[in-house]
Design a protein. Structure first.
Lengths: 335, 332, 301
């Protein structure tokens, strides 16, 4: 137990440092925006007849710190806001706290990412085992090549090709937005059906673009395990094929679980392209729109949230490994 | 379970065994025309340098030569089982473990790192249709206890929690727990410290006698063979060059390679200079001569006939030697 | 044949080099697709180097043929300004490949330097550098790039390459460090020290050559990564359209010409997509060949 606690503490410490770094980057960016919109805003509020204090507060709500004062004062001001989880108010959606906007967007990102990743994980693992066992044959070769190609194609290219094929040339699937506005939101068949229909292409893109990586990773993992002595030993002890297969599968899949947790964390930020192309109102689209709208409070918040997701994924991956691998559990590093 | 003495021990007769490996240069023999009889209840040692084909020979006993290798000719008859080379599928699988036990080198990780020894023991039992799994665990605990380990604790451990000597004993337990009577030990003492080596060899000897086994020990260490084996076979370049009772072979080696091997051992007493290394390097799969004697390149007694004719294995009393020079001397 | 089964320690380096090229040739011949990869890659490099020379700086626009579908005259149709799409792809390739080349170079040079230093020195420097590397690897780079794009304009391809390169060295540094450590474990470095060789000699003559193929592979992979990243950035539209390149084309095709809605503008969208796919294919095939040449574990036949 102490090992788990120690690893957890280490991760949390590193996570805090990272959040600090990311928040600092956000601060300096807001502080260095070309054209100095903060000053412009401040002037404007004063012109509208506000007192300097009220105008400064008005600016702070949007940018996270007062337009007056030294750099250090502004920095501590910004950071203390973050500590209180006060991310400011969105400009592009007047009056809405950034935290609420982020929460709404996260919902739209998490479900498709989760579905696509798990789908590709399952398919990739099964085919990866097959590609490893048949690695000298034609089919194994074809699987591996398909893996490297799909792995190599960037997400946005895949997404656009899918749109061109299934929405433009053969218009059978929607590729714009998360749901048809005709339907009343709620738990009714039409709305849910529309949700699912709209999710098909984005989920398929996530799945296809990740599938290549899984099949390659699983193949190489299985090939490594197949070369391990204990597999030959089990064979020479006359173990059943089904049991040996379980030995192979469990040992080979172990390192992949870690990658799975990590990639789930990364995908929250990687969803940018897919959400932009499918006009899906998740975190990625939010980030782009906030940049285009010069909504800096929202931008900083989205960036921070994406980073936090990665940190959390790191911690989950590591704890998971600790639980599942007896070698790590007893304090020895896994190979 | 009582284990009446050697009456149960099966004999093993290897006859004309040839194993080839597929390489870009064609199929090359790793073991060529090897005949060897393991008498019931004896310990036979096979000595050879790495690449001599001894491990391939050991795997052949279980018909388990790994691709790209395959048994090209010959037979391995085991009493009560028949010709192993002819076995396949389920029958072969059941023979492994239940009839023939195989013990891996201690340094090799022969256990699934994610499962405890006990769980793997149960997997083994289920694989071989053992109904009385409790009995199997009891038997395993007894065996481990017999070898000086805390059986219950070991069964509850993962591989990484065991030392090399403990792993080796677990390996022996797993090879014997299904009551196999032919046991192959592959380099049983390599990578173990001296004390543990001595311990393991003692255990091998004792368990062999108590359970009535027919044992084959593969090693590169003549000392190990001298310690445990009744009979000794020397392999070089895929050929068995000499075999006979251990004492006789070590005391009066006939084949020039055997002589070279024994001379190469440094003695504890005496001059280090007396230990003479064999000149040259052992052949590999690719460099072993395809015609003539495999040892001729490094041989002091080399004759013209060695270039062209592979010497046949000829029996001289209890000794079998494959060498033209020895044959000439016998007949002179 | 025996040379492939067991490496002769006595053979001279010249003979090794000859064997190496023979090995390359054999691997290439066994799968013709790999040859195709080399040809594709060479084709792209030639296109980027010499292609733009055949066209004027400002491509002629033809107001009579705006957003035309593919025809014999314009293989991939024309853009909304009446320019030939294929010509745009060719002239745009220079920006893409130039900045990708710069990125790959920086990625590999910085990554190798840090990885070598870290693995060679070990100790405190190693710990600090690897902590930084890990952190860099953990911060999601695409969002960070997007955020940075608000204050930093990637005006020319060299600048773009520089920024992406400074973002991308983490993976290479980790890998090179691991390689250095494994060479060290095999007694490589100690042996060279024992022979009285200088650190410079050990790194320059012993370590780097043995890692060169590995580094070269990483460089190719970095090229693909760089192409995706910069085309992606332009596609998302957070950067100003200061030059013609594939990413700008994609952005205009999708968000202005509506290529995903009207089949007429499909050529405009497909041309840069196909260029990217073809380039990827070429690099994947070449990396596959290199993998087999340099990685004996995969050479099982």
């Amino acid at each position: 137990m102490t090992i788990i606690a120690r690893r957890l503490a280490g991760h949390l410490a590193r996570g805090l440092v990272m959040i600090l770094v990311v928040a600092t980057i956000s601060f300096f960016i807001v502080n260095n925006i070309p054209g100095d919109p903060m000053a412009a805003r401040y002037e404007k509020l004063i012109e509208q007849g506000m007192s300097p204090e009220a105008a400064a507060q008005g600016v702070k709500v949007l940018y996270g710190f007062l337009p007056t004062g030294t750099l250090w004062e502004q920095y501590t001001d910004y950071m203390s806001g973050l500590v209180r989880l006060d991310l400011g108010v969105s400009v592009s959606r007047p009056g809405t706290p950034v935290l609420d906007v982020l929460g709404e967007a996260t919902k739209w990102t998490v479900l498709p990412v989760l579905a696509g990743t798990l789908l590709s994980f399952l398919v990739g693992i099964v085919l990866g085992v097959y590609a490893a066992i048949k690695r000298t044959g034609k089919l194994g070769d074809a699987l591996a090549i398909s893996g490297s190609l799909l792995h190599g194609i960037p997400q946005y290219v895949l997404a656009m090709l899918l749109v061109v094929i299934f929405a433009t040339l053969i218009p059978i699937l929607p590729a714009d937005g998360p749901v048809d506005i005709l339907f009343e939101p709620g738990f009714n068949a039409g709305y849910i059906g529309s949700l699912v229909e709209h999710a098909v292409l984005p989920v398929a893109t996530y799945a296809l673009s990740a599938y290549g990586g899984w099949i390659l990773a699983m193949k190489s993992s299985v090939v490594t395990v197949l070369g391990d002595d204990f597999i030959l030993a089990a064979e020479l002890r006359g173990m059943k094929r089904s049991i040996i297969f379980r030995y192979i599968a469990r040992n080979a899949i172990l390192p992949l679980f870690t990658i799975l947790a990590l990639s789930l964390g990364l995908l929250l930020g990687g969803a940018v392209f897919i959400e932009k192309i499918f006009n899906y109102p998740g975190l990625g689209l939010l980030l782009i729109n906030s940049i285009n709208d010069r909504d800096y409070a929202l931008m900083g918040g989205a960036f921070l949230l994406i980073t936090v997701a990665v940190i959390v994924a790191n911690i989950v991956a590591d704890l998971f490994y600790t639980v599942i691998d007896p070698r790590v559990r007893s304090g020895e590093e896994a190979r | 379970m009582p284990h009446p003495a050697s009456s149960q021990a099966p004999g093993v007769r290897i006859d004309g065994l040839t194993v080839v490996y597929k390489t870009p240069a064609g199929e090359l023999p790793a073991v060529r025309d090897v005949s060897l009889t393991l008498e019931p209840g004896t310990i036979t040692g096979i000595v050879g340098e790495s690449g001599s084909g001894k491990s391939t020979l050991a795997l052949s006993l279980l018909n388990a030569v790994q691709p790209p290798g395959r048994i090209a000719a010959g037979s391995v008859e085991i009493d009560g089982l028949g010709d192993v080379v002819g076995l396949s599928g389920e029958r072969l699988r059941k023979a492994r473990g239940a009839h023939i036990g195989y013990v891996f080198q201690a340094a090799q990780n022969s256990l699934n790192p994610l499962k405890t020894v006990g769980k793997q023991l149960l997997d083994l039992g289920r694989s071989h249709g053992v109904d009385d799994l409790r009995g199997l665990v009891r038997e395993a605990r007894e065996l481990l206890g017999r070898m000086g380990l805390d059986g219950a604790r070991v069964l509850d451990s993962h591989q990484h929690e065991l030392s090399g000597g403990m792993r080796q004993r677990v390996g022996i337990m797993l090879a014997l727990v299904l009551n196999a009577h032919v046991v192959v030990l592959d380099e049983p003492t390599t990578a173990l410290d001296m004390i543990t080596q001595a311990n393991i060899l003692k255990i091998v000897r004792e368990v062999h006698a108590e359970r009535g086994l027919t044992t084959l020990v593969i090693t590169h260490d003549i000392g190990v063979v001298a310690e445990v084996a009744d009979r000794l076979a020397v392999m070089y370049g895929g050929r068995l060059v000499e075999q006979g009772p251990t004492r006789e072979v070590l005391g009066a080696p006939r084949h020039p390679y055997t002589r070279g091997l024994i001379q190469a051992i440094p003695r504890l007493v005496g001059d280090i200079d007396e230990a003479r290394a064999l000149p040259g390097r052992p052949p590999t799969l690719a460099t072993v001569p395809t015609a003539g004697c495999v040892f001729r390149e490094r041989c002091a007694l080399r004759m013209d006939v060695c270039e062209t004719d592979d010497p046949a294995a000829v029996a001289h009393g209890t000794r079998i030697v494959a060498c033209h020079a020895v044959k000439v001397r016998e007949h002179a | 044949m025996s040379a492939t089964l067991l490496p002769e320690t006595t053979s001279t380096s010249a003979a090794m080099r000859r064997n190496f090229w023979r090995g390359v040739w054999r691997v290439m011949r066994r799968k013709p697709s790999r040859m195709a990869g080399v040809v594709i890659l060479a084709g792209f490099i030639l296109m980027a180097a010499f292609g733009p020379l055949f066209y004027p700086d400002h491509l002629p626009s033809d107001p009579d043929s705006i957003s035309r579908p593919p025809s014999w005259e314009h293989w991939f149709g024309t853009d909304p300004q009446g320019r030939d799409v294929l010509t745009l792809v060719i002239t745009g390739s220079r920006y893409v490949l130039l900045s990708a080349g710069v990125t790959a170079l920086i990625t590999v040079v910085v990554g190798t330097a840090i990885g070598l230093f870290s693995g060679f020195r070990r100790g405190r420097w190693d710990t600090v550098l690897m902590r930084i590397t890990d952190m860099k690897l953990t911060i999601p780079s695409l969002p960070l790039l997007l955020v940075l794009a608000t204050v930093w304009k990637f005006g020319n391809p060299l600048q773009m390459g520089l920024v992406l390169g400074l973002f991308g060295w983490g993976g290479v540094a980790r890998a090179v460090r691991a390689q250095t450590l494994s060479l060290r474990e095999r007694g490589f470095i100690e042996a060279a020290r024992g022979l009285g060789l200088s650190t410079r000699h050990i790194i320059g003559k012993e370590l780097l050559p043995s890692m060169a193929p590995y580094i070269a592979m990483n460089m190719l992979i970095a090229v693909t990564g760089a192409v995706y990243a910069q085309v992606g950035l332009f596609f998302l539209g957070v950067l100003p359209y200061e030059s013609d390149n594939w990413g700008v084309m994609l952005n205009l095709a999708v968000f202005q010409a509506g290529a995903m809605i009207t089949p007429n503008a499909l050529g405009y969208l497909l041309a840069p997509l196909l260029a990217i796919l073809l380039l990827t294919l070429g690099i994947v095939l070449v990396v596959d060949a290199m993998d087999e040449i340099f990685n004996p574990r995969l050479r099982e036949e």
